[in-house]
Design a protein around this ligand. Structure first.
Ligand code: F0G
Length: 427
């Protein structure tokens, strides 16, 4: 075996890195990418990553490929499809921290909405589409609640590959649908749920021989691990106490667990932060399982304003269970009202995020209030997507009257007279 291979986490089957199956060819279980530990570890590996921090051109300028030893070491620079992506900021906001019940700089926001297509999905897609080209895929496909579709469409365009996306009709935010169309993906509006879209995409990829780039695909997760690697590096490799992440299909939760396990094993860090995965109450099968000690897997009929995480049967369930167990993590669910209030606070701070991202902030507040996150704990919450992804959720919130939500900022319509401007200003 070479330095990287794929392992079926159900039956233990091992297949080469360049095998084109996105599930185990023997049992259809989920695959995991395995790397032999890099030649350097600990301080030497940290120094390698740190030396690349200021690189401005070429693949090492990417906040994903900076960590190439941990992502896809065998990919040659000329094979890599990168915008670049990553390099997202860690932000502080006194207003958000106050609302969430954290103190001062104890709450950091990692804004993945500042990726090229406005969500963290770009980190997985740069690796996924790179791998698609390496194995000679003739087309790429995904099911999506919107962001994966936008990222796939953009990277496929960059790589000159045809893209097929399946989205649940009527449940995709406008910005995301617009991106899929704009970047030129063949876009199917499926009269069904995201979970049905995923089943269909899975079958279609088998039947039509297109490469599936949902987070079933383990190469996507290798890219998404770099959210964690990058935040650790930004903190000078001093891990926070908590990482809080919104959870839908559980790809990120799984990727974060793998990143932390490897970071520990390779000596990048000496302590593992706790993971908190936050679901929307109306789409919380993982939180249900957590409450029962993961005794069984749940499926639900999902309903939430956070359409990105409106998912009833998360595909990375088994991987995510491991991530939560390995990090002494927790899984909670927050209501749509809490999500929308958190979003209004993040937006009002001038930072902005989409509804699903705000679940991380609502979750932080809940955990702080319940004493799970202790006063003084250092928390990094992941803002997964940009405020402009879902403009309708913003205009709806601020114009709702019955009753007006707590942070509503109603627009004021006027005739073109100075007195009316004055009157509006003095209100
Ligand atoms: N936040 C945003 C903005 C998302 O788009 C998603 C997932 C999540 C959180 C949840 O991440 O699935 O890894 O647990 N969006 C997928 C999509 C499902 O199709 O764009 P997860």
């Amino acid at each position: 075996m070479s330095d990287t291979w794929q392992l079926c986490t159900s039956c233990g089957n091992e297949i080469p890195e360049t095998d084109p199956h996105t599930r185990c060819p023997r049992c259809r279980g989920l695959l995991e990418v395995r790397h032999r530990p890099p030649a350097q570890g600990g301080a030497a590996l940290r120094a390698t990553f740190d030396a690349r921090w200021g690189v401005r051109r070429g693949v090492l300028a990417s906040g994903v490929w900076r960590y190439r030893e941990a992502v896809l070491p065998s990919a040659a620079p000329e094979e890599v499809l990168s915008y670049p992506e990553g390099n997202t900021p860690l932000m502080t906001s006194p207003a958000v921290a106050r609302w969430a019940g954290a103190t001062g700089e104890a709450l950091l926001l990692k804004h993945e909405g500042q990726n090229p297509t406005g969500s963290f999905k770009d980190r997985g897609m740069t690796v996924g589409v790179t791998q698609a080209r390496r194995i000679g895929a003739r087309a790429v496909a995904c099911a999506s609640t919107g962001n994966t579709a936008a990222a796939l469409a953009a990277y496929a365009a960059l790589g000159g590959l045809p893209a097929l996306v399946l989205v649940p009709k009527g449940h995709v935010a406008l910005g995301k649908l617009a991106q899929a169309l704009a970047y030129g993906a063949r876009t199917l509006l499926v009269r069904g749920s995201f979970d049905q879209c995923l089943e269909l995409a899975d079958q279609a990829s088998d039947r039509l021989g297109v490469y599936l780039l949902n987070s079933v695909n383990p190469f996507r997760l290798e890219g998404q691990k770099t959210i964690v690697l990058e935040l650790l590096q930004q903190l000078a490799w001093q891990p926070p106490d908590w990482i809080v992440v919104p959870a839908g299909n559980l790809g990120n939760t799984a990727a974060f667990g793998k990143a932390l396990a490897e970071a520990c094993e390779w000596g990048l860090i000496d302590r593992v932060p706790r993971l908190a995965a936050v679901q929307a109450e109306g789409a919380a099968p993982f939180a249900l399982s957590f409450r029962e000690g993961f005794a069984r897997r749940h499926r639900v009929e999902p309903h939430t304003v956070a359409t990105a995480i409106q998912i009833g049967n998360p595909v990375s369930y088994d991987r995510a269970v491991r991530a939560v167990r390995d990090t002494d993590g927790v899984v909670i669910a927050v209501s749509d009202a809490e999500i929308l209030e958190a979003k209004a606070v993040v937006d009002g701070a001038g930072i902005g995020c989409e509804p699903a991202s705000a679940a991380a902030i609502a979750g932080t507040r809940r955990l702080a209030r319940d004493g799970v996150i202790k006063s003084g704990d250092r928390v990094v919450a992941i803002l997964t997507g940009h405020v402009l992804k879902d403009p309708a959720s913003v205009t709806h919130y601020h114009q709702e009257r019955d009753p007006a939500p707590p942070h509503a900022n109603r627009p004021v319509e006027i005739d073109p007279h100075l007195e009316e401007v004055e009157r509006a200003m003095s209100r």
